[in-house]
Design a protein around this ligand. Structure first.
Ligand code: CA
Length: 321
């Protein structure tokens, strides 16, 4: 091989090496840029989440003030025409940071934990109300027994219900807690219940300590009908809203008259507790910071003067209901 040919070959190798090096450098540069952008996005996201938590804390403080005002008198009624029920925002609390919040009276819902009595035994009166509520929202009433089995202390399935045998044969297996639930979303653990039924029922149920009396002033029509076993309010939202303009409706003495059998009213009151006020609320806060959005759900309890100065405590916080 001539000297010129060798030189040409070496130039060829040098060119290929240069091309490979440029390609490698491009790949490395792209990787560094991507990592940097990802880190910046991650850092921005974390900062936005911190800000959102602070905003949600501000919403909780505001909600506490509104609830203390609404409930400052012992025995005060709590109804939807009061300030607490008004949504807050959306308001731009800082440049580029929007906050909106809404309080929901959880005692205007059916408390799933009332399905059993203080001994963890099925409460027939409460189960009857729940069956009618299920039917009212378009869910088969048989699911009441499955939910009772989930909560009640024993491990013997009721008719159409389910206990350890059924759930432990699932893949993966699990077991009913046989104790009160902390979230209505435990309904989704009932085999076959499914998201569609849950979506129908969820706005009407809650999971509170037993003894949190149902608030007639905020209960929806379908729940009032489930209590009385009548068809009066479920399809009459406008009439109910008119009756609730500026006041509690139905008051306890009115509600008693909705029952054709006064004994039934007493049974319901003994089983579920029925009142005209509330101390358990859900605060839904939605914070939007830049392009990030955060929802926070806080369970608030208003504690009256009996437990010291009136105070609103945050019982739990979560990113889902
Ligand atoms: Ca059980």
């Amino acid at each position: 091989m001539s000297g010129r040919a060798i030189a040409r070959r070496q130039r060829g190798v040098a060119l290929i090496t240069a091309v490979v090096l440029v390609a490698l450098a491009t790949v490395v540069a792209a990787a560094i840029a991507f990592d940097t952008a990802l880190s910046a996005r991650r850092g921005g996201g974390a900062a936005a989440q911190d800000q959102a938590m602070l905003l949600a804390g501000a919403a909780e403080a505001l909600a506490a003030k509104v609830l203390n005002d609404a409930l400052k008198d012992p025995g005060a009624q709590l109804h939807p025409a009061q300030t607490w029920a008004q949504p807050i925002g959306p308001v731009e609390v800082l440049p580029g940071a929007l906050l909106q919040a809404q309080l929901v009276d959880l005692q205007g819902r059916f408390n799933l934990n009332s399905l059993v009595d203080a001994d963890g035994v099925r409460d027939e009166v409460a189960v009857g109300v729940f069956e009618r509520l299920l039917e009212g929202v378009g869910v088969e009433r048989d699911w009441a027994t499955a939910m009772v089995d989930w909560i009640d202390r024993d491990v013997n399935p009721g008719p159409g219900g389910a206990e350890d045998d059924l759930y432990s044969s699932e893949q993966p297996g699990y077991r009913p807690p046989n104790r009160p639930v902390t979230s209505p979303s435990e309904l989704l653990a009932l085999k076959g219940f499914g998201a569609e039924r849950y979506a129908k029922l969820a706005p009407y149920v809650t999971a509170l300590p037993r003894g949190a009396a149902l608030n007639l002033c905020t209960a929806p029509g379908v729940l009032l009908d489930a209590l009385t076993d009548e068809r009066q309010w479920a399809g009459a939202g406008d009439a109910l809203a008119r009756n609730r303009a500026g006041k509690c409706f139905p008051r306890l003495e009115d509600f008693r008259n909705f029952f054709s059998n006064p004994g039934q009213f007493q049974l319901i009151q003994n089983s579920l507790g029925i009142g005209q006020t509330s101390s358990h609320f859900q605060l839904r806060s939605l914070a939007a910071i830049g392009t990030s959005e955060f929802a926070l759900y806080s369970l608030l309890r208003h504690e009256g003067a009996a437990a010291g100065p009136p105070a609103v405590r945050v019982i739990s916080r979560g990113f889902t209901e």
